[in-house]
Design a protein. Structure first.
Lengths: 549, 1044
């Protein structure tokens, strides 16, 4: 009996100690997500991570924050802030370079700032992990080397593009070239521009010219090409040289021009015949009887004029698909459907001074601007809810709808998130005009190509001045996120003079005046408010820009 | 009589009624009476000790039983001490049973064991299941309200089946702050238990009591013991109630006339044109808030318990059903239904050397609900914003719905129809099964050495189905493209294996020692599947048929040639989790005069990286029973006095898995908060999957620790009639597990890090008086608790954890935070100093150099206080405006019993908290107002609080204008009952009580919303935010308790 008891006790002790040596019991691995230590190993990983970088750039628009494009238009002399009459006055603060319009809005660009750094983080992570990627589909060292360089080139272009947006919006920004959680102070702009130039030169030199031929645009539109890098490099050069008056960032005018001429002589790109064919809302024709839109006039995504665009899809939802052009809805007419134009939130009402500035017969005017009175929309327009109504809104970028008012977006058909009009970052007309501006031997010819497309009756010119080119750019690129930066690169004074104005408008049917003073513009030097959340999170390491304190 | 009864009750009861008849030679009879009033006791268990023989007394208190010589007869009865009588030939044995107050010899449940209450050295609370059952609530947690000083229990919504927010001794973390629930030894879900199944609930408030649960006990531990059979008596009980629920108070919104006045006035004030009301035909006058509520929503409960046993085995089984309809929208959109089934048994083998037993609790829960979340996910909120000018019903709806569609309204096309939206678009059903079961064996090889092994499983399976029909109620509220059906399922289980060895012995004389050592291993795993598709078959186009098999959606190309997927599918294993623990306890007492306890627990968790996995949680406590000292023996009036002191550490590991590594999002299994990384190259709209690190890693993440010191006193006075319990505690929770905000330049989501602490200190006091004067029994109890909460050392550069934005209205700024030196989740906004009465007032204000927020300030606008005197109003002027957690909580209860009557009242309340009320979306000028706006400023001297109305929200930036005091006292339950058992005089019947009860009878508060008890917050660590809160109903019910 005693023995039995002892046995039972022994059994009890055994059961107590059964697990005691098994710390491995606690080892578990996730089954549906890859951990970073198991990723960045193969070529497929690298290609996926690269798409992740493109997606990071896409999110600067699809996350629904104050997008670079919209800010560029609100800041320019093309547009006012607009939006709903009872909305907050954040857009007015930006439009007027004046935070007293909305004193509590100290985080206007927090989401934007975060979106850009999230994209840059992805690029930095991939670039850092590249040496550790050891499994390649090819065994040929030369092929592997070329693939690596292409992937790096595309990644570095995207990083440069995002830094270029940031440095133009905020001037002094933390410059991170590899992932870090450190509290990094703001870099002098020249340092940021140097990195941008270095990245773009790398991309131009290392992405093979035949990597993504235009002929295969149906599958490769949106890819970074050597030509995109060359075009963006010229834009960077022109802005930096124009605003800062220096040439100390590693690129010369001649280099910039060489790149542009390379694009032009390559002959992959060209101007589409009809200017309005570039823009869905300008080229769609509503058929009321069939409740359809005739889209045959639209040149389509990936047309030959597109050097590089930010791509969008109609698959956005609220459950993790982030592919839509979220700022497009801001540009739509406030609560008003007028097929083919779809409703939106009424931001960026158009300055009448731009409308009157267009030359007689310029086909770009009806292709760029919705004339609410002229097109008979005025009486149906929800003016009671619109702020800073001027009678004109933007046509180049605006939602579209079917004659019955249904959103024309496809996908989930949600006019707020399903918008998929690509944002054309650089098109061929810009390449031509930049080449002309940089003193190409064919400057006048390039100018004529652009100008005579818009005004077929215009005479051919033999020579063209910089002032004429800048004037042409104003009409050619109106509402393409370019005008404001074109103004700034002509000098802060020029920009301030052009943008400062007093304009009578209607806000919620009541008379209202938009007053933009040049003093506010010069005070901010044209740069935007650093998000207060980031300043506090950095405990003051980040410094606010002048004019926004 | 008996046929009358059987028609009242399920015949099934009788099938189970177990009365044991024994045939023997020596018959003993007698009567049992109560010491309190000399009345006969009905249903006293009379049991021959050591046998299975037993009977109960009849309605005259008389019993009759066959007994052998020298056997012991045991008499036991609820609320009375048990008595044993040795049979040595008596034919008649009359017995008087002593009525007991709650005795100090009673056992309380502690971690992995039980202990005599008077030897307990921690701060613990015990509530009997009977007391909870009397409250007739759907959730046992709700019944605990007002009974538990130091444990704050608040509804997060009045929707049936909603969670209760339970916070023990102040919020200790911004993570999960709920306590650990242990049901019969295994972690489980208390909310699905029927109160009639609960024997007792023990709450371990101090760290020393909870430390034996180590890493999971930082927020306290709630131990639930379900009913176990008794070897001395068999009993069948049946409880039922049915009631009607109604809204206790609705919010008052403007009616049509008032609304029109306000719209015109704000247009005038904003320089807009007045409205041409006479051109708008057929404007209605709808009270949307009233429309949302359903009158006389039903609630019902039926439960049957059968228990009994013998020396060899005891058993307890029950079957119950509970249902509660929602007062918002009614049964179709807001409803909760639960079936429960429980079996507990225990068997003695080998002359009590081995005990084996099991617990099994199965629940089947079905519920349906409206959205009760933030402003974008709150069904009720629409009723506050919609103008009264739209009718509920009309024939203008394109989908043949009887409800009005405002898409072509002459007034406002965006108005919508909140009632129609709720009734049409709330199509969801949750259906869950939960099985909590364990089997155990306890071996006692030598006396008082107990080796116990428990294997427990907690299994759940759940299923969800929803349907989005076609509808249109305004230009913003519509679904015109396709219907969608969604089905999802999940299941999972936790296995727990616990092994303990306990040994109690006495060393020399009077030195009682109790030892416990044990280990526990826990493994959780589960999977989930979900899918949705478009377009039900036209024959089956409704919720009843909304199954994926009936959907017709096919992937297709849209007119641009893009692929449109109609199906979406997902399936994943739930997070894996494992834990391994070792623990031990030493208890010592000397003559029950000096007590000492120490525990140590080591926990290893798979949540952390190797090297940071193990946490160690010690505790010590001591007690001194002064009344057992000789020098106290002469103290008159003082029956019992014990001083207690304790210190301990407990942990928290409640974070997402794999925080120590950085997960790569590969565009599969994405969610709204972890979006996919698709990019569509080319022109065909085809998405190509990308990948990115979605979160940064923190290899060093480890346990959060809560350290608590407690000093307490338990005393009994005046012949045990008055009992007093008081506690003082200091609780510091440090190394918080927080996903602290990081600089955006870091580029990805923040991992959990350790940092931040919060100090809670407070006092708790409970007083209870129980007396019996000649059969008139009464009791009065009052309890209160005070807690102060201060945050420190938040591990961010600015020392702040920021709250969410866009919560109160569109584009609303951050309005709550956790910040060093303040309470967790304090409300952060502008202080106001009244209203500018005239132009001079404005000029003076400006002259004094004070800032003004309004760009175009006019008399009638709010004076926001320029705290930093900078001349501008901006975020530097926002201050701590109070917080949503009460500093005082209060509970009161009183009861009277006389003859067959019983009457009780319960109340609970809070003080010192603020409530944020934001019913109106000020970004929408057409949104309706509450009648509070009628007090607005309309001219000099008309108001110094409510600003003039305008079409903008400049006077409605987050300020103290949104805040109200949250103090309330609620009479939560009034019950009057009468027991007919003595009148019925039927042998087997020991209770036949019929009662009526009112729940949520009165609420004394100055809060002008629908319900001041608002546990809802837009984050887990903030409370008291009323965005259109689903109020708790007022319930009138009648019920019956029958015992055989």
């Amino acid at each position: 009996m005693k023995k039995t008891k002892l046995n039972i006790i022994a059994l009890g002790i055994f059961s107590l100690t059964l697990f005691s040596c098994s710390d491995t019991f606690l080892d578990v691995e996730p089954q549906t997500s890859i951990l970073d230590q198991n990723f960045y190993k193969t070529e497929a990983d690298a290609e996926m991570a690269l798409i992740g970088c493109y997606d990071g750039y896409q999110r600067t628009s699809s996350n629904g924050n104050f997008a670079f494009y919209v800010a560029s238009e609100v800041l320019s002399d093309n547009c006012f802030g607009g939006t709903g009459n009872t909305d907050g006055r954040g857009y007015q603060a930006v439009d007027r370079f004046d935070i007293s319009q909305s004193p509590s809005d100290n985080n206007l660009f927090n989401g934007t700032w975060a979106d850009y750094y999230a994209g840059i983080f992805r690029c930095n992570t991939l670039l850092k992990k590249m040496p550790g990627i050891t499994t390649w589909t090819s065994t040929d060292e030369a092929v592997i080397g070329a693939t690596k360089k292409r992937i790096e080139g595309e990644t570095r272009f995207l990083r440069a593009l995002m830094y270029f947006d940031l440095v133009r919006l905020f001037e002094k920004v933390p410059l991170l070239t590899e992932p870090t959680t450190n509290n990094v102070p703001q870099a002098e702009p020249v340092e940021t521009y140097k990195l941008i130039v270095e990245d773009l030169k790398y991309a131009a030199a290392n992405i093979p010219a035949n990597a993504y031929p235009k002929a295969q645009a149906t599958t490769n539109d949106g890819r970074v090409t050597k030509y995109a890098a060359e075009a963006l490099l010229a834009r960077v050069y022109l802005f930096y040289k124009g605003y800062y008056g220096k040439e100390d960032i590693g690129v010369t005018a001649a280099e910039a021009l060489t790149g542009l001429e390379d694009i032009i002589t390559n002959n992959e790109f060209g101007l589409v015949k009809d200017f309005k064919a570039l823009w869905p809302a300008a080229s769609y024709v509503a058929s009321t009887t069939a409740n359809t839109l005739d889209k045959t006039g639209y040149a389509g995504k990936g047309n030959k004029e597109i050097i590089f665009s930010q791509k969008f899809n109609n698959t956005q939802d609220y459950n993790g698909m982030m592919d839509g052009n979220r700022w497009l809805v801001m540009m739509g007419m406030r609560n008003t459907n007028w097929s083919p134009y779809g409703k939106g939130w009424g931001a960026c009402t158009v300055n009448p001074k731009l409308v009157t500035a267009f030359a007689e017969g310029d086909t770009r005017k009806p292709a760029s601007i919705i004339d609410l009175v002229g097109e008979g929309i005025d009486s149906k327009f929800d003016k009671k809810d619109q702020r800073e109504y001027t009678g004109y809104t933007v046509k180049k970028y605006t939602p579209t709808c079917l004659p019955d008012g249904t959103s024309d977006t496809g996908g989930g058909n949600d006019f707020q998130i399903s918008q998929d009009q690509d944002f054309v970052v650089i098109r061929y007309a810009d390449v031509l005009l930049m080449a002309a501006e940089l003193g190409s031997a064919n400057a006048a010819g390039y100018y004529n190509l652009v100008h005579q497309r818009a005004i077929p009756t215009a005479p051919t010119v033999a020579a063209v001045t910089k002032a004429e080119i800048m004037a042409e750019r104003r009409f050619e690129f109106a509402f393409e996120g370019i005008r404001y930066w074109d103004l700034l690169r002509q000098g802060l004074g020029t920009a301030a003079t052009a943008i400062a104005q007093t304009q009578n408008v209607l806000s919620g049917t009541a008379a209202d005046v938009v007053t933009i003073t040049s003093g506010n513009i010069t005070k901010t030097r044209g740069f935007m408010q650093i998000p207060n959340t980031q300043i506090t999170l950095s405990n003051g390491v980040l410094k606010q820009n002048d004019g926004w304190k | 009589m008996s046929s009358g009864l059987s028609s009242l009750f399920f015949t099934i009861l009788f099938l189970f009624t177990s009365a044991t008849f024994a045939f023997s030679q020596n018959k003993v009879t007698g009567a049992v009476t109560s010491s309190a009033d000399g009345e006969p006791l009905i249903g006293v268990s009379v049991h021959v000790k050591g046998t299975s023989k037993g009977t109960t007394t009849n309605y005259n208190g008389v019993y009759s039983i066959e007994v052998n010589q020298n056997q012991l007869l045991e008499f036991s009865y609820v609320g009375h001490s048990t008595k044993e009588v040795l049979i040595t030939g008596q034919k008649t044995v009359d017995v008087v049973l002593q009525e007991t107050q709650e005795t100090l010899d009673e056992l309380v449940v502690i971690g992995y064991g039980v202990q005599k209450k008077k030897l307990n050295t921690g701060a613990t609370l015990q509530i009997k299941g009977d007391e909870l059952a009397k409250m007739n609530t759907t959730s046992p947690l709700q019944a605990l309200q007002g009974k538990t000083p130091g444990v704050s229990i608040t509804s997060t919504s009045g929707q049936p089946g909603s969670d209760m927010k339970v916070v023990i001794r102040g919020l200790g973390t911004i993570g999960n702050s709920g306590p650990l629930y242990i049901i019969d030894g295994i972690q489980g879900d208390i909310s699905v238990l029927n109160a009639s199944d609960i024997q007792s609930i023990d709450i371990l408030k101090d760290a020393a009591s909870a430390a034996i649960y180590g890493a999971q006990a930082a927020n306290g531990v709630v131990l639930v013991t379900t009913k176990q059979g008794s070897k001395s008596r068999s009993q069948v009980s049946f409880d039922a109630y049915t009631g009607l629920q109604n809204v206790a108070r609705t919010a008052q919104m403007l009616n049509a006339e008032e609304y029109k006045t306000m719209m015109d006035e704000q247009a005038l004030n904003s320089g807009s044109a007045l409205y041409k009301w006479n051109t708008m035909n057929d404007l209605a006058d709808t009270d949307w808030v009233a429309q949302m509520f359903k009158k006389d929503a039903k609630t019902q409960n039926y439960s049957t318990n059968i228990s009994g046993g013998s020396e060899a085995s005891v058993y307890s089984l029950s079957l119950n059903y509970t249902t509660q309809e929602g007062i918002v929208g009614g049964k179709d959109v807001s409803n909760y239904e639960r079936y429960g089934f429980r079996v507990n048994t225990e068997h003695n083998l080998y002359k009590n050397a081995l005990k084996v037993g099991q617990h099994l609790n199965f629940n089947y829960i079905k519920n349906t609900g409206i959205s009760v979340g933030n402003q974008y996910n709150n069904t009720l909120r629409g009723a506050f914003s919609t103008s009264p000018l739209a009718p509920v019903l009309s024939n203008n709806n394109i989908y043949n719905s009887p409800y009005n569609d405002t898409s072509n309204s002459l007034w406002y096309k965006g108005d919508g129809n909140p009632y129609a939206s709720m009734m049409t678009n709330t199509n969801n059903k949750n259906d869950a099964q939960r099985l909590a079961a364990d089997i155990y064996a306890e071996l006692e090889p030598i006396k008082n050495l107990k080796l116990k092994s428990v294997l427990g499983i907690n299994y759940y399976a759940s299923e969800y189905r929803s349907f989005t029909p076609l509808y249109q109620f305004s230009i913003y509220s519509y679904n015109k493209q396709h219907t969608t059906t969604n089905q999802s399922m999940g299941k999972g289980h936790t296995l727990t294996w616990t092994n303990t060895a306990g040994y109690d012995f006495t060393l020399i004389q009077d030195h009682a020692i109790s030892l416990l050592a044990g280990m526990e291993a826990v493994r959780y795993q589960g999977t989930s599947l979900s899918a949705s598709n478009w377009n039900l078959l036209s024959q089956f186009n409704d919720f009843a048929h909304a199954y994926l098999d009936n959907t017709t959606g096919q992937a297709h190309l849209d007119e641009d040639g893009n692929v449109v997927e109609t199906r979406s599918v997902g399936g994943r294993p739930e997070t894996l989790y494992r834990r391994l623990s070792y623990f031990g306890r030493v208890g010592y007492n000397f003559k029950e005069k000096y007590m000492f306890n120490a525990t140590l627990r080591a926990d290893g968790s798979s949540k952390f990286a190797a090297g940071h996995r193990w946490g160690y949680f010690p505790s010590v406590s001591a007690g001194w029973v002064l009344t057992n000292e000789d020098f106290m023996s002469g103290m008159k009036g003082l029956d019992f006095l014990k001083l207690r002191a304790s210190w301990g550490q407990v942990g928290n590991q409640d974070i997402d898995d794999f925080q120590y590594a950085s997960p790569i999002n590969t565009s599969t299994g994405y969610t709204g908060s972890n979006p996919a990384a698709f990019y569509n190259f080319g022109t065909g709209g085809t998405n190509i999957a990308g990948a990115y690190p979605s979160r940064l890693s923190n290899e060093n993440v480890k346990w959060e620790t809560s350290e608590q010191t407690n000093i307490g006193v338990d005393a009994r006075f005046l012949r045990n009639r008055l009992s007093v319990n008081a506690d003082y505690y200091i609780k510091t929770t440090k190394d918080w597990l927080v996903a602290a905000p990081i600089l955006a330049t870091a580029g990805a989501g923040a991992p959990f890090i350790n940092g931040g602490d919060v100090k809670n200190n407070g006092i708790e006091l409970a007083l209870d008086w129980n007396d019996n004067i000649g059969g008139f029994r009464y009791n009065v109890g009052v309890n209160g608790a005070y807690n102060k909460n201060v945050v420190g050392n938040i591990p961010t550069e600015d020392g702040i954890i920021h709250g969410l934005t866009n919560q109160l209205f569109d584009n609303a700024e951050e309005f709550y935070r956790a910040e060093n030196g303040h309470a967790i989740g304090y409300f952060w906004g502008y202080e106001t100093a009244g209203i500018f009465q005239n132009e001079k007032d404005i000029a003076d204000w400006k002259a004094a150099g004070k800032g003004i927020l309004q760009a175009d300030v006019k008399p009638g606008d709010v004076k926001y206080v320029d705290q930093d005197k900078s001349g501008t109003i901006n975020s530097n002027d926002k201050i701590d405006l109070g917080n949503g957690m009460p500093s005082f909580t209060l509970g009161m209860n009183a009861g009277i019993a006389y003859k067959n009557f019983d009457f009780s009242v319960n109340a609970n309340g809070v003080m010192g908290n603020k409530l944020v009320q934001s019913y109106r979306n000020h970004a929408n000028k057409q949104a309706n107002y509450t009648t509070a706006i009628l007090q607005r400023w309309t001219g000099e001297g008309t108001s110094d609080r409510v600003p003039r109305v305008t079409e903008t929200n400049v006077n409605w930036q987050f300020s103290d204008l949104y805040l109200q005091n949250g103090d309330f006292l609620r009479i939560s339950n009034i019950t009057l009952g009468y027991d007919f058992a003595k009148l019925i005089k039927w042998n087997y019947l020991s209770q036949f009580r019929v009662y009526g009860s009112v729940q949520n009878a009165f609420t004394f508060t100055k809060y002008d919303g629908m319900d001041p008890e608002i546990g809802y917050g837009t984050s887990g660590w903030v409370s008291g935010i009323d965005l259109g809160y689903y109020p708790r109903p007022r319930t009138m019910l009648i019920g019956v308790n029958v015992k055989f």
